[in-house]
Design a protein around this ligand. Structure first.
Ligand code: LLP
Length: 424
């Protein structure tokens, strides 16, 4: 994070607080989150896109405190389950600023959204349109999710805008459940009001030209719908997916470039078709919280064999991303200064799988030993939210830090928590 600094004696200062003190106070592994950086990231989006709605994708990290911060910074919220709506509801996140997503919304998800008054539901199948139509009584606003057929150049598991993956309605006529049918189905439901279209091309996307392409295509779709169905839809949601830098050499996301290209592309496409400029929504998740978080681990053992393994007290249960997406991370020794030579080492977790690798080929001091602390940067997004209890390990706490003061936001999961659900 921007506020991480090296202090005296190899200490790492995170948002003004010495990390070794936080590790002693809250235990390890622990997720640390810089509140001010989350707020700054939220503000940067608002500033770059003052006319657009910026919805924080809470799947990245959904805790009450985080939702409160983004609400205070004027963001909207993209939710994808009754559970996320429950967290939003528990802090009074304004329902008129919430969207609900999902390709398989359960009746509970839909009911949670309707009962809280979630303003927009993004529908993703003809079945859902029918189910929602049967439940909705008022004029529930709906966006239809479209498959724009744009390959976003990211990992296959998080590519979501191409033909043939499960999200969105196809633009192809020959496909049975295509966009035209979805539009007619929504228009036929008296309880629904079609507000606009949505697309999300993928996640950890660093190239802005893919967004520009998606935006152009979506305006084309809006224009085509005006001709075919006689509807002029006023809202366009371009999803999230903006990349962050996990490693020093990674390409980040150029928000200003993104905004510039979007503006030009949308203005051009709309003007040339005589179509009104739609109200824009975007849904960044990772870019708001990812870089604002670090994870602190304690070294349990160092094994010097054909490779040197540094085994820590966490792993794939608190960071599933290397196993799921082959994601690469870096880590550094903190809390003491070492003068030893550095050697390539592999930081591994505690879980019973050889794929439980947190960082490979990392250069760490030769005298790294049990009890040392390691910090892994850029772990604010899709770490806590993707965490599991694999091997019956409790999930780590989330600690918010602001200007040197730490607050426990989510406590560590205990053995008692883990046993509670097992009814024997
Ligand atoms: N909008 C929709 C409809 C989404 O499905 C997602 C992410 C987002 C917005 C936010 O994307 P973001 O800005 O956070 O990239 N677990 C994976 C990422 C999965 C993303 C799922 N959808 C990972 O750790 O890389």
């Amino acid at each position: 994070p921007r506020s991480t600094r090296l202090g005296p004696g190899g200490e790492l200062l995170f948002a003004g607080a010495p990390v070794s003190h936080l590790a002693a106070r809250f235990g390890t592994p622990a997720y640390l989150l810089d509140e001010d950086e989350v707020r700054q990231n939220a503000r940067a989006y608002r500033k770059a896109l003052p006319d657009a709605e910026v919805a924080y994708a809470s799947k990245a990290l959904c805790t009450r405190a985080v939702l409160r911060w983004v609400a205070e910074e004027g963001l909207s919220l993209d939710t994808c389950s009754a559970g996320e709506i429950a967290v939003a509801r528990s802090i009074g996140f304004p329902a008129e600023r919430i969207l609900l997503h999902g390709n398989a919304k359960t009746p509970e998800d839909l009911k949670a959204a309707l009962s809280y008054g979630v303003r927009r539901i993004v529908v993703d199948s003809l079945d859902e349109i029918e189910q929602l139509g049967a439940l909705a009584t008022g004029a529930q606003q709906v966006l239809i999710r479209v498959t724009p057929d744009v390959a976003a150049g990211t990992h296959a598991a998080i590519t979501t805008g191409t033909e043939g993956q499960k999200f969105g309605f196809s633009l192809r006529e020959e496909v049975r459940d295509n966009l035209g049918r979805a539009v007619s189905a929504v228009l036929a439901q008296p309880g629904l009001r079609l507000a606009g279209l949505h697309c999300h091309i993928g996640s950890q996307v660093s190239r802005v030209d893919f967004y520009e392409l998606a935006a152009r295509k979506m305006i084309g779709v809006l224009v085509a719908l005006r001709e075919s169905n006689g509807v002029t839809l006023r809202e366009l949601d371009l999803g999230g997916g903006h990349a962050v830098r996990y490693l020093p050499g990674d390409t980040g996301f150029d928000i200003d470039g993104y905004v510039r290209r979007l503006r030009v592309a949308l203005a051009y496409e709309c003007t040339s078709h005589g179509f009104p400029l739609p109200k824009l929504t975007i849904e960044p998740g990772r870019a708001i919280v990812g870089p604002a978080g670090i994870t602190v681990y304690r070294v349990c053992a160092v094994k010097r064999g054909s490779r040197t393994f540094v085994a820590v007290d966490g792993g794939m249960s608190d960071n599933a991303r290397p196993a799921l997406y082959g994601a690469a991370y870096t880590a550094r020794l903190i809390g003491r200064r070492s003068r030893s030579a550095r050697r390539p080492m592999t930081v591994v977790g505690r879980h019973c799988e050889s794929g439980d690798v947190l960082a490979d080929g990392l250069s760490l001091p030769d005298d790294v030993r049990p009890g040392d602390l390691l910090a892994v940067p850029c772990t604010g997004a899709y770490h806590h939210s993707l965490a599991s209890n694999y091997n019956l390990v409790g999930r780590p706490p989330v600690v918010g830090v602001s200007r040197g003061t730490a607050t426990l936001l989510v406590r560590r999961e205990t053995e008692e928590d883990l046993l509670k659900r097992d009814l024997g």
